[in-house]
Design a protein around this ligand. Structure first.
Ligand SMILES: *Cc1c(COP(=O)(O)O)cnc(C)c1O
Length: 376
């Protein structure tokens, strides 16, 4: 998709905040602990290469992505630190990963056997992390027998370098740690079955790290925290206060492209879900659901100039309308998402409004929106 550089709608990313969040997290690490920046999904919508470069400047030990193409994008941008693909990559691409020095996740024994055939053919060695399903129910080994067989397989194979073993928590952001503990116990059990020794054994995501869950993890896979967002859905719960300072990096800004007064009986938008009952000032913003600004935002208040104005009528594909308390000129700044964590249109509030999580709101922001980088 082409980015709209001739339209006043941009996602602004404060790389200063990104760097500060990483630096703060680094101070919080246990001795010897490594920090891998999770930049999957275009760095949660913030822009993978720009975020990775900023992260390198403040010193991270590696990167995590979700799919192989994201890893290749970083290598093409001359990122040289270790990169781990967290998802399942088809075994036929094991050689492609190997020649680019990209580490892949092993989801099961069949994958290992398949990948081995491809690596053998080209006489390559691949770095791998053994995925453990300790209760996320997604990918990785969950049966003793299969995991033991995988270990035996690896003992006699030169095509793999066992760089890591890891699991992912389903509820590290919850104050109820029953399931968390269950996952830790299962992981420890799987760890006790190892006969090959991975370099890094890791479980921490942002939540497990910043809420000081007491478990050793050689690597912190720091994702949402990079972007200055608290992973908890209830960050005000006393045991879920982040141990580190997080500064949101993203804001989403546009401008009014049209302003008018409508009169009694005039409708706004598809289906005329808003009908004026008096003279009403309506402003138009050139952003719509094709930008990831979904229809559920109808009624949400964005900041127009210095006024918070509700979105009236349905959000269209490329535009939406706001009801304004006073006339403001075309070109007036509109803040859809503020990077001020206490503003009523901060990203968490926006996510709450559309019944989702801030991760999703950020990821949905489409490629039609240019990312603009600055530091402060
Ligand atoms: C996305 C992801 C992370 C990062 O999670 P955050 O909550 O953003 O810190 C870590 N590990 C795995 C396996 C992931 O998929």
């Amino acid at each position: 998709m082409i980015a709209g550089i001739h339209r006043p709608a941009v996602v602004r990313v404060n790389l200063g905040a990104i760097k500060a969040n990483i630096s703060n997290e680094k101070k919080h690490l246990l001795p010897g602990q490594k920090l891998f920046a999770v930049v999957k999904a275009n760095a949660y919508g913030h822009g993978a290469v720009a975020v990775a470069k900023a992260a390198e400047e403040v010193g991270v030990d590696g990167f995590c992505v979700a799919i192989l193409d994201e890893a290749l994008e970083l290598r093409q941008a001359d990122v040289v630190k270790p990169i781990l693909v967290l998802g399942v990559v088809s075994p036929e691409y094991a050689p492609l990963a190997a020649v680019n020095d990209i580490s892949l996740t092993v989801p099961n024994l069949d994958w290992l056997k398949e990948a081995e055939k491809f690596l053998e053919k080209e006489n390559l060695q691949l770095k791998i992390h053994l995925g453990i399903d300790s209760g996320m129910g997604r990918i990785g080994f969950n049966e003793d027998e299969e995991f033991i067989a995988a270990n035996h397989f690896l003992e006699n194979d030169s095509h793999f370098f066992v760089e890591g073993m890891f699991a992912h928590f389903a509820s590290a952001d919850s104050s109820d740690d029953t399931y968390f503990k269950h996952q830790v116990a299962k992981f420890k059990h799987m760890e006790s079955l190892l006969t090959v020794k991975p370099k890094w054994i890791h479980v921490d995501n942002t939540a497990a790290s910043i809420f000081n869950k007491d478990i050793h993890s050689d690597i912190v896979r720091f994702g949402i925290g990079i972007y200055g967002l608290n992973p908890s859905s209830n960050p005000n719960s006393p045991d879920l206060k982040s141990g580190i300072l997080l500064k949101p990096a993203l804001s989403f800004v546009s401008e009014l492209t049209h302003v008018k007064t409508i009169h009694l009986g005039d409708g706004v938008g598809y289906g005329s879900t808003f009908v004026a009952d008096e003279d009403t000032i309506i402003g138009t913003v050139p952003v719509g659901y094709a930008d990831g600004w979904i229809r559920k935002f109808q009624g949400f208040k964005v900041k127009v100039g210095d006024e918070y104005c509700p979105i009236v009528g349905r959000v269209c594909m490329d535009q939406f309308m706001v009801k304004m308390p006073k006339k403001m000129p075309v070109g007036t700044k509109v803040v859809l998402i503020s990077d001020d964590p206490v503003a009523p249109n901060n990203i968490k509030a926006a996510a709450d409004y559309v019944d989702t999580i801030h991760y999703e709101v950020a990821c949905l922001l489409s490629d039609r929106l240019p990312r603009e980088y600055y530091e402060e």
